[in-house]
Structure formats: C-alpha cells, structure tokens
Design a protein around this ligand. Structure first.
Ligand code: AMP
Length: 308
C-alpha cells in the first residue's frame, strides 16, 4: 500500500548551536517522504524551482520515492531560513521565501487520486484543500501545519481540519491555533472541528495522542546526538503514516506502535543536518531503537499490598 505526501520542497538555511548550513535539502514533503519510504511505496508531490539540484532528485529516487509529482516551475525553489537556541524544540524563522510555492497548483493524476494513505505536510492550506478535493475515498488523511499558515490562513485551515482524519502538530502550534495553553483542551477543540484524532509532537519530550475517550503518551528519548531538529515533525509524520500504510491496521494498538515509529524516525532525523542521518539509516537501527522506546515506557502494576 502506498503513501502520498504533498508538501514543501525546500533549500533550507539552518543555524543550530552545533553549526550552520546554507541551501541544504529540506522541505516538509522531503522529510516526510524519506521517512515514509522506509515502510511503504511513497509518492511525493511538491514544487521545485529551476535552481533545485538534480542530485537531490537522485537521492529521493535512490529511496524509491516516486518523483513524478515533483513539479519544476520557472523561478526559485522555496526557501526557509531559521535558527535554534539551546532549547531546540523551538524553531525561530528568519526568513520564508515562498518563490515557486506561491504558484503551485497540483493536479493529481488518476492513479494518485486513488491514494489511500495521504499526508498533507506543512504547506499553504489552500493547496492542501485543493488536494483533498481531488482524492477519491482515502482511508486515512493526516495533516500538519505551522505558525506561518496559522497566522495567515486560519479560516482555510479550519476547512482543511474538517476534512481530515488525523491532525499532527507540535505543541506550540496547537496552542496557537486553538488559542489555549491547555493541550488536552486544544486537542478536544480540534476534534470538535472534525478531526478524528490528534497527535501532539513535543520534541524531545515525546508525543501525545488523543481520540475520543482515549489518550496515549509516547516517551521521550534520551537523545545524545542532536545537531539539527529541522524536519523532526515531518519525519515523525512520514514514519507514522508509512507504517500504518504498510500494516493496513488502524486498531488502537497499531496506532500506538505507529506513534512510536514516528518518534523513532524523528529521533534519527535530528542526529544530523538536513537528511544526512536518513541517508545512512538502516532498518535494523529502526528496530533496535523501537525496542529501546518500548523498554523506556514499561512499568509494572501497583498492588494493594503496597499500601499501609
Ligand atoms: P519541521 O518538521 O516542522 O521541522 O519542518 C521543517 C521543514 O518545514 C523545513 O525543511 C522547511 O523547509 C519547511 N517549512 C518551513 N516553513 C514552511 C512553510 N511556511 N510552509 C511549508 N514548509 C515550510
């Protein structure tokens, strides 16, 4: 079963306490599709400019990602520039240049319209909405966004949320979007808008999952190697949806497993700049880290004998 990822394709300029790099491969669709490609066949849809290096396309193809939907548009590739301080959970945007993203109007071919697992990665909500309208009965659609779009296109974002199954956001974004510091309340509000479930990414502190009546908390990982958090959220989402597409099982137990897979993929992604860690990542390492996550969150039941 394949995954369709629609989002930004970028040349990022990033500064962290561990170094700075200019015009490196990034973009929400790139990070998400690379993570998804470890689990399922993945098609990527996003705009690139005339300046987008062919070597990046070759890298995506080396991961068996279908790049027919990578649309070259006259002009410059989307660029994001940002920095992180010691609290690397918080990205600070220096500059966003939409460039070809502003002209992007995706037309899905008939095959892609039948996609069953779809991730609408961080992108203009108008484009997200136009993709949603082109899909025929998807099984699961997940969506992500960020402060840039919450500030500029809040109403359209509401329309998008009404039509999707899962919303994945980081804690700052969900608080901002639902206008409350209380995360469970923010998740409830998103579900009232129409989302069936909400995943709140908390960076190094783990992730929370909310559906009607249930809640699950993925543990944090004691990350020792940590160079660039850019793309963590998208790697989480790509791993999450790729794993669900592969297993075709939307039971609570399997969704919890998918959340841990998402956390595992995010934890690898931040070990190096751009997609560099993902280029070297092996399936065996994913399995080993998944087991570590499982061990961290195991604890035994309390017994009445423990009380006076
Ligand atoms: P995250 O996974 O949240 O760290 O997302 C990082 C990626 O989002 C970067 O590689 C950026 O290129 C991309 N990005 C930044 N701003 C925007 C935006 N306004 N719209 C779409 N993508 C963006």
């Amino acid at each position: 079963m394949s995954v369709l990822v629609v989002g930004s394709v970028a040349l990022d300029t990033v500064e962290t306490p561990f170094g700075s790099k200019s015009d490196i491969l990034g973009g929400s669709a790139v990070h998400a599709s690379v993570a998804a490609s470890f689990f399922a066949e993945t098609s990527l849809i996003g705009p690139i400019g005339e300046d987008f290096p062919d070597e990046h396309i070759k890298f995506l193809e080396s991961r068996n990602i279908r790049t027919q939907g990578l649309t070259r548009i006259p002009g410059q590739t989307f660029r994001w520039s940002g920095y992180y301080e010691f609290d690397m959970n918080q990205a600070h945007t220096r500059d966003t240049q939409l460039n070809v993203l502003a002209k992007f109007k995706p037309e899905l071919d008939p095959n892609l319209r039948n996609s069953e697992y779809v991730f609408l990665a961080n992108l203009d909500p108008e484009i997200q909405l136009s993709v949603l309208k082109q899909l025929n009965k998807p099984k699961l659609v997940a969506v992500d966004t960020m402060d840039y779009w919450i500030k500029s296109k809040r109403t359209i974002l509401h329309e998008v949320i009404k039509k999707v199954d899962f919303v994945l956001m980081n804690e700052g974004e969900i608080r901002m979007f639902m206008e409350t510091p209380n995360i469970p309340l923010a998740a409830q509000r998103l579900m009232k808008l129409g989302a069936k479930a909400v995943v709140v990414k908390q960076g190094e502190h783990g992730a929370l999952f909310f559906t009607n009546g249930t809640h699950f908390s993925a543990p944090s990982y004691p990350q020792e190697t940590f160079r660039d958090p850019t793309g963590a959220g998208d790697s989480f989402a790509g791993g999450f949806i790729g794993y669900l597409a592969k297993t075709q099982d939307l039971s609570q137990g399997n969704i919890r497993r998918a959340i841990i897979i998402g956390s595992v993929m995010a934890s690898f992604s931040i070990e190096d700049f751009s997609l560099d860690r993902m280029r070297r990542l092996k399936a065996r390492e994913i399995m080993e880290r998944f087991d570590e996550f499982r061990r961290f969150s195991e604890f035994e039941a309390l017994s009445v004998a423990h009380f006076v």
